[in-house]
Design a protein around this ligand. Structure first.
Ligand code: OSB
Ligand code: MG
Length: 368
């Protein structure tokens, strides 16, 4: 397969409600839609999910756009892709920049699936038609607001609540939720905001019957996460730390965590994500699918990927209306009784909504 053309639409989607984490507040999400075209005129879709600020990880959407133009697209144009895994090898000479690679790599997977007239999930050997989902709840001004929001999500049917924490906003809001909802699968996500000096706080959180505590410490730390895990019954789950299979091996070997929040873009695409799933399966390490406030394109990918049997813990894959007022695809994802249906059809199984795309598009690039 030859890639003949790449179109990149730079979009801005306003959030339904601001999302606050230990990094700051997000009011709207910048994201790029990538459309790859092969020599037969098939199109594959990818989403560039990186943020404008280099806080979650070091990548930014600005730097990723440059890398896509200067390094990745030229490699794609030179290649003759025989099989879907070839694009992973093609990008191996570019270090890091996982989300940039993923935007193109996942679009190539969609292209192959469309050429071969099959769904993306068929490549993963999965047949599940719907998957259980949870919701990630941002930092709120008051505990009352937080409880009201959690209660609203639970009424909608979400099967698991994840709450963002930061120093000074942790044990009080989490205890309040636990008291109000004693049996709800509940977890906390610190987005790297603490250090081992906060051990006593984590021992308190350990009493709340949390499903997991996500990413308590620094994004490159494996050693202190391992020390912390030894003091806790609650599973530590790593997010920011995990960019490659090698990171998973390090975490597993050192005992830095007992769960992995796997995000396809954060590990550079589907091929690396599959390698990680395989390792987790072999070593019985809990893995579940996280999110990056994707639009309908990235969410369709997440739904296809999360339809594998290994994903039993509800992912951070919420309905489109939890994130945005309008989506870039027709038939945006809906949640019913805590589940979202995996899009059917070839490839990602989605149809673009050009009316919305044109409304929210700042700029378009074409490479050919
Ligand atoms: O840390 O998991 C995270 C969103 C953006 C960046 C990082 C994270 C998150 C979430 C929400 O927690 C995930 C989602 O619902 O898309
Ligand atoms: Mg996280």
């Amino acid at each position: 397969m030859k890639i003949m053309k790449v179109e990149q639409y730079q979009l801005r989607l306003p959030l339904v409600t601001p999302f606050q984490t230990s990094y700051g507040v997000l009011n709207e999400k910048a994201l790029d839609l990538l459309i790859l075209e092969d020599e037969l005129g098939n199109q594959g879709y990818g989403e560039l999910v990186s943020f404008e600020q280099p806080d979650y990880i070091e990548e930014t959407i600005g730097a990723d756009r440059q890398l896509i133009e200067q390094q990745l697209v030229p490699r794609l144009f030179q290649a003759d892709l025989q099989k879907v895994g070839d694009v992973w090898s093609l990008f191996q000479t570019v270090q890091g920049n996982f989300m940039a690679k993923s935007a193109l790599e996942t679009a190539v997977w969609d292209l192959f699936a469309k050429r071969e007239q099959r769904s993306l999930q068929s490549y993963f050997g999965s047949h599940k038609s719907e998957i259980p989902v949870g919701v990630s709840v941002g930092i709120h001004a008051t505990t009352e607001d937080l409880i009201a929001q959690v209660s609203n999500y639970l009424e909608q049917g979400y099967q698991r609540i994840k709450v963002k924490i930061k120093p000074g906003y942790d044990i009080v809001p989490l205890s309040a939720i636990r008291e109000a909802f004693p049996d709800v699968p509940l977890m906390a996500d610190a987005n790297s905001a603490y250090t081992f000096a906060d051990l006593e706080l984590f021992k308190q959180l350990d009493q709340l019957n949390l499903a997991m505590i996500e990413q308590p410490f620094h994004q490159r730390d494996f050693v202190d996460h391992a020390r912390l895990q030894q003091h806790l019954q609650t599973k530590i789950c790593l997010d920011e730390n995990i960019r490659t299979l090698e990171d998973v091996k390090t975490a597993y070997t050192l005992g830095s965590c007992q769960g992995i929040n796997l995000k396809i873009p954060r590990v550079g695409g589907i091929t690396e994500a599959l390698r990680i799933v395989d390792f987790c399966q072999t070593h019985q390490l809990l893995v579940w699918l996280g999110g990056m406030f994707e639009s309908g394109i990235g969410r369709a990918l997440n739904l296809q990927f999360a339809s594998q049997n290994i994903f039993t813990f509800p992912g951070d894959i919420s309905a489109a209306d939890r994130y945005y007022t309008a989506d870039v695809i027709k038939k945006p994802a809906k949640m019913e009784r805590g589940n979202i249906v995996v899009p059917q059809g070839v490839g990602l199984g989605v149809e673009l909504d050009w009316q919305v795309i044109e409304q929210v598009c700042d700029q378009k690039q074409t490479y050919q």
